[in-house]
Design a protein around this ligand. Structure first.
Ligand code: C2E
Ligand code: MG
Ligand code: MG
Length: 406
């Protein structure tokens, strides 16, 4: 939990005075000293607008007569509030979950959600280990509007770098591979996350050039790990469906792997369909040729966007990555669990390997271990890191591994 609970200002917004009293007393027991309560969300907003920086945590009800929790969340975004938000509601868990998702999509630091009446223990659990200060992108990144010309220059200037995130076996916790995740080391904005420029790369026709850089450096990195005596690892690279219209892609990959001295069977291409495939026939041509070259194909973010059953039916995939929205918290959300279990069952029948993305805590890890899923990836195991930190991560993972498989 936050190490300065006593000094943290907490706001509680609920139209029911009894709930306000109860939460105040529970929060006091947990050590919070500066608690302000509001029966009306507009009044809370007045204070937040004046003091958004001094507030560390907000509890909000969903069902309120003057302004409901969804409207409150919408206004909260406008205030520039960066502290934590916890939704507390008596509504159906699925309604609470949708509200939570919406607040996250809006960029708020959602610490959790509680179903009323919540016990002090549940409240404590929700707050445990949660960073209450959000870590928004650096101001430079927030204010920077990247242009296609900047990105084109960056690709040529070597500003595109790979971070690597481990994939481990859920059964043995052994490291089996690394996924390359692209970053832009921008001269002014600092390290820029993939999500902030992949769309631009796709829209401006730069994605295939970018992918070539990522692939080349990932394959050379795989060779370095091989030479350093690491256990044989797979290396995964993300491929936008736009790149699947590039007919020479399979040959480019083969040449690059040969130059690096890495077997193509070590390579996994993770394909995300963020939009409808413009050229489905070209894509099928490229994907089938990649497969013939023994490159493994993975369907990324399964269950979202266009990553659907139709792809599994039509394309020769070897691996299915369950999107983190079906993974994190599935242990306590029966609808998520149902979707997750059904997907795993289907993948098993099809002989497709499964990877759970977004494994963020011990509960996720334990639950997935019993689910029959093959591999896991997520902050709980290791965050994406520069290649230079991988060996150190492996050493620390080896120490944790024994505890995670008993
Ligand atoms: P993805 O391939 O599904 O990668 C997983 C994303 O989730 C990564 O974000 C990763 O940092 C993040 N992540 C990892 N563990 C956790 C976790 O436990 N919890 C949560 N909430 N998130 C986690 P990142 O690196 O910002 O990449 C975002 C997306 O951008 C990727 O999603 C991928 O679709 C795309 N991308 C990344 N690199 C490339 C690339 O080289 N080429 C293309 N075309 N797309 C890329
Ligand atoms: Mg991926
Ligand atoms: Mg994904």
């Amino acid at each position: 939990m936050h190490n300065d609970i006593e000094g943290m200002k907490v706001l509680v917004v609920d139209d029911d005075p009894f709930v306000l009293k109860l939460l105040t007393s529970q929060l006091t027991q947990l050590g919070f000293r500066d608690i302000v309560t509001f029966e009306r969300a507009p009044d809370a907003l007045d204070l937040i607008e004046k003091e958004s920086r001094s507030i560390g945590l907000i509890f909000s009800d969903l069902q309120m007569p003057d302004m409901d929790g969804i409207e409150f969340v919408r206004h909260l975004v406008g205030t520039g509030y960066t502290g934590g938000l916890l939704l507390v509601s008596g509504e159906d868990p699925r309604v609470i979950q949708s509200a939570q998702k919406l607040a996250k999509i809006r960029g708020l630091n959602v610490v959790g959600a509680l179903r009323k009446p919540a016990s002090a223990t549940q409240l404590k659990e929700q707050l445990q280990g949660k960073p209450l200060d959000s870590a928004p992108a650096s101001p430079a990144v927030q204010n920077y509007r990247f242009q296609a010309s900047d990105l084109r220059r960056a690709i040529n200037a070597g500003e595109i770098v790979n971070y690597y995130q481990p994939k481990v076996s859920l059964h043995s916790a052994a490291l089996v591979g690394m996924e390359a995740l692209v970053r832009w080391q921008h001269p002014h904005a600092g390290l820029v996350a993939a999500a902030q420029f992949i769309d631009l790369a796709e829209d401006s026709g730069l994605i295939t050039g970018l992918t070539r850089v990522v692939l080349t450096s990932a394959l050379h990195q795989a060779r370095c790990w091989q030479d350093a005596g690491l256990p044989p690892l797979t290396v995964a690279v993300n491929l936008s469906t736009d790149s699947l219209a590039t007919l020479d892609l399979p040959d480019f990959i083969e040449r690059t792997a040969n130059q690096a001295g890495v077997s193509l069977s070590r390579l996994i291409l993770e394909i995300t369909e963020s939009r409808v495939m413009a050229e489905p026939m070209l894509a099928l041509d490229v994907l089938t040729r990649l497969r013939l070259k023994r490159i493994a194909l993975s369907i990324d973010d399964f269950g979202t966007g266009y990553s659907t059953l139709a792809q599994l039916r039509d394309l020769p995939f070897d691996e299915l990555k369950l999107d983190s929205s079906f993974v994190h918290g599935a242990w306590r959300e029966p609808p998520l669990r149902t979707i997750l279990e059904a997907t795993l069952g289907m993948a098993r029948e099809l002989g497709v390997q499964t990877v759970a993305e977004g494994v963020e805590d011990m509960q996720d890890w334990q639950f997935l271990r019993g689910s029959g899923c093959n591999l896991a990836q997520g902050y709980f195991i290791g965050r994406p890191m520069p290649a230079g930190e991988v060996e150190e991560w492996i050493a620390s993972w080896e120490r944790r591994r024994a505890f995670l498989t008993c």
